[in-house]
Design a binder for this molecule. Structure first.
Ligand code: FAD
Length: 338
């Protein structure tokens, strides 16, 4: 193997906000679409099963990954530019970056992405949301590679064709790797300046692996504060309220993947409340526990194994089914083990 961007025996725990996962026989982190295509060709040639992902903030990697899998991290694909057709953002760009570009270009359209862990590609994949705003509100056109296309050509799909609903999309039913997107913006002149301004901030604020949640929190709050200081302005109230909301639920204090289950709107109560009714907050198994602050989060207390998290996921499903007669659907993606 001579491709610099394919590593062997890479520790998957460094690629997931759960900080859980064993050694992957193959892990690739392409920095361009050409490199990604060459990884896919390598996988095809070696008959490896690709698993593609972003920041790992919604994934539980196994303690013993399958040896015939190649894990493809897209978080190094993080380029953005404006061309004659629109504003292009690569799939690995952190969603939180969009909130800063919005801040620096004078629009609140991307405020909901502030401190929303994960990448633009994954946000498009699962229609990431924060309260009443979701990624499909800002998407114009997605660019993707269909793994069933022997040439791995980049194809496009307009937002109207993406079948979006609550945490659901066409991408979740297809072997499509999103490589980037055109996003909507109300003012392209201001956007150009905003992109330059965020590039300047990137030179000033120290960047660390965003798959470690305290790093992620510190980096994006520092970016917003530095912007405010440099412009003799205040951090916007909408950003402050995200800090308050996520801080009060201790989102960045323990390794986790945020909400484990999707809400069941037919039942009429969010999953956090459903788990609370069963008094399951604080339930511990091995190194994992149901968060003491939010019933729909299962956290790694420091030395959890994937099995510990899976055990608690199954325990919640069983208890909810017995008490309320429905099986909650996981939002967390659990990758199969050996
Ligand atoms: C503390 C915390 C709070 C959170 N709060 C929220 C919240 O408020 N709202 C919310 O919606 N989510 C929330 N999440 C979950 C997470 O932010 C989202 O699920 C996000 O979209 C995951 O992005 P990622 O890059 O980490 O994806 P990953 O975890 O790396 O991947 C998740 C899934 O997306 C697929 N995927 C990733 N990239 C691509 C791509 N380019 N093309 C196709 N498929 C892809 C992967 O195959 C996988 O199935 C939270 C997570 C944490 C840790």
């Amino acid at each position: 193997m001579n491709k610099q961007f394919i590593q062997s025996n890479a520790d998957l725990s460094a690629y997931s906000t759960y900080e859980i996962g064993g050694k992957a026989k193959y892990l690739a982190a392409p920095t361009t679409i050409e490199e990604l295509t060459s990884v896919l060709e390598f996988a095809k040639e070696k008959e490896l099963k690709p698993f593609w992902f972003g920041m790992g903030s919604n994934i539980l990697f196994p303690d013993e990954p399958k040896e015939d899998m190649i894990f493809i991290s897209l978080k190094e694909l993080k380029e953005t530019h404006i061309d004659e057709k629109g504003w292009f953002v690569s799939a690995g760009m952190p969603m939180s970056h969009l909130s800063l570009i919005g801040l620096a270009s004078g629009t609140a359209d991307f405020d909901f992405c502030f401190l929303l862990p994960g990448t633009v590609g994954a946000g498009i994949y699962m229609n990431a949301k924060y309260y009443n705003r979701q990624i499909c509100d800002i998407l114009d056109t997605a660019f993707y590679i269909d793994l069933n296309d022997p040439e791995f050509k980049v194809q496009t799909i307009h937002v109207d064709g993406c079948g979006y609903s609550y945490k659901n999309s066409i991408f979740m039913n297809n072997d499509w790797i999103i490589v980037g997107a055109y996003l909507k913006h109300p003012d392209f002149n201001a956007l150009e300046q905003g992109i330059r301004e965020v590039e300047r901030l990137e030179q000033v604020v120290e960047y660390r692996n965003p798959s470690v949640l305290p790093n992620f929190y510190k980096y994006y709050t520092a970016m917003a504060e530095t912007w405010a200081q440099d412009h003799e302005a205040e951090v916007p109230e909408s950003f402050k309220s995200v800090i308050q909301d996520r801080g009060s639920k201790f989102h960045f204090d323990y390794p986790s993947c945020g909400s484990v289950f999707k809400n069941n709107y037919d039942f009429g109560e969010p999953m956090g409340k459903v788990v609370d009714r069963l008094n399951m907050r604080g339930t511990v198994h091995g190194g994992a526990s149901i968060s003491s602050w939010h019933g729909n989060m299962i956290v790694n207390q420091g030395n959890a194994k994937a099995e510990d998290i899976v055990h608690l996921v199954e325990q919640v499903k069983k208890s909810v089914n017995e008490a309320f007669d429905f099986i909650p659907e996981e939002e967390l993606i659990i990758v199969e083990k050996k």
